[in-house]
Write a new protein. Structure first.
Length: 125
């Protein structure tokens, strides 16, 4: 009967979920005090949970053609370990940032796009 209100509620829930996904995550860790009589809660915020500041698990090569498809798919998987939702373009941007290249030409674009598509096909199974 109140179709407009239900649609608004659904849209609001969607926006809330997106905002929660994009927000930095925190882990509450309990650390014992020296006398162990009480515990203190410490919040640790990680910008990239799962990845942290680790470097991409990929060797440095001189050309995009020197990377195997398995290495590039592994790079996609590494980008996705922080659990953030990304578009294909955002995944490709992060992959490029992890590679040792200064310019992003058509061969690099094609290799990144192909790796993302292959990763997506295998992750759906």
């Amino acid at each position: 009967m109140r179709k407009h209100e239900e649609v608004e509620r659904a849209v609001q829930a969607f926006h809330t979920a997106v905002a929660a996904t994009d927000a930095p995550r925190s882990n509450n860790v309990l650390h014992p005090l020296p006398d162990d009589s009480e515990r203190q809660s410490v919040t640790q915020t990680e910008a990239n949970p799962g990845r942290g500041s680790r470097r991409a698990p990929i060797p440095t090569r001189s050309s995009i053609g020197d990377y195997s498809s398995e290495e590039l798919i592994g790079l996609v998987q590494w980008v996705q370990t922080d659990g953030k939702l990304r578009t294909h373009d955002e995944i490709a941007d992060e992959m490029f940032d992890a590679l040792p290249f200064s310019r992003r030409g058509s061969k690099i674009e094609a290799a990144l796009k192909s790796a993302i598509e292959r990763w997506e096909r295998t992750s759906r199974k």
